[in-house]
Ligand binder design. Structure first.
Ligand code: ZN
Length: 257
């Protein structure tokens, strides 16, 4: 999967002002990059302009969007893979968010949290354990347990369903991948709503996260686009509505190419 950018320097040069307030873009200079999980791209345009581009999106949002795109293209197995990794990266997001929120700067929170993460970064079961603990502490309900026990395709739970696809080579039917998509979406979107109600500042955390990724790059740009899972909406929207917004945006993007 690829993502395309326009060099911001060239964009400035290519603008022709017709009259005050009105302008046209003379030529579009597109640079394509393969999507990577660090969501940071170094671009070099044909005129030699260098730029660092950061995508304002969390890992779990990116993976979920990719799953939606795969499902749209009728690749249910790839879609399930992406939804399954999306929920795991959501656990990571949640852990970092809560620890950053609860630890003070003077405790060297960034250093300590990264040090802790190194110990569990290779074992998803450890990450899930920590997530369950923090979820219980902060949110306090048992919706996570209910979520993991949700039945899919009439029979197994979502955990068995995922394991069958990821580890046993099962190819899920499109309709079951779609069911899985909705279950994952609802859990993440509901949890984000609960965090909001608990006064946890997701927006601030997100901003600090992309600032950290940006580092001290000289010429830098931060790009945002509509994602299926919104980070901090005033109220939760249905997956149908969010997919429409996202797919409209993506399809328009491809049309312009
Ligand atoms: Zn350029």
């Amino acid at each position: 999967m690829k993502i395309s950018f326009e060099c911001s320097e060239c964009q400035k040069e290519n603008i022709e002002f017709i009259e005050a307030g009105y302008f046209v873009l003379k030529r579009r200079s597109k640079i394509e990059k393969e999507i990577t999980i660090d969501r940071k791209y170094e671009i070099l345009c044909e005129k030699g302009h260098k730029e660092t581009i950061i995508i304002n999106i969390q890992k779990f949002q990116l993976l979920f969007d990719m799953g939606v795109k795969f499902l749209e293209d009728e690749c249910p197995k790839e879609a399930v893979f992406n939804f399954a990794t999306s929920i795991e990266r959501f656990y990571e997001f949640f852990i970092f968010l809560i620890m950053c929120e609860k630890m003070s700067e003077k405790d060297n929170k960034n250093g300590k949290i990264h040090e802790m993460w190194k110990e569990i970064s290779k074992q998803t079961e450890r990450q899930k354990g920590l997530f369950i603990g923090l979820y219980t502490l902060i949110i306090g309900d048992n919706d996570f347990i209910k979520f993991e026990k949700t039945k899919i395709c009439g029979k197994p739970t979502i955990v068995e369903f995922r394991n069958n696809v990821v580890h046993k080579g099962e190819i899920p039917l499109q309709k079951y991948a779609k069911e899985y998509e909705k279950i994952i979406y609802d859990f993440i979107a509901d949890t984000l709503q609960k965090l909001r109600q608990k006064g946890i500042d997701v927006v601030k955390f997100n901003k600090n996260e992309w600032r950290e990724r940006l580092g001290d790059a000289k010429k830098k740009t931060v790009i945002s686009y509509p994602t299926v899972i919104e980070l901090a909406p005033e109220e939760k929207k249905s997956i149908i509505d969010r997919k429409e917004v996202y797919l409209n945006y993506i399809n328009k993007l491809y049309k312009n190419d």
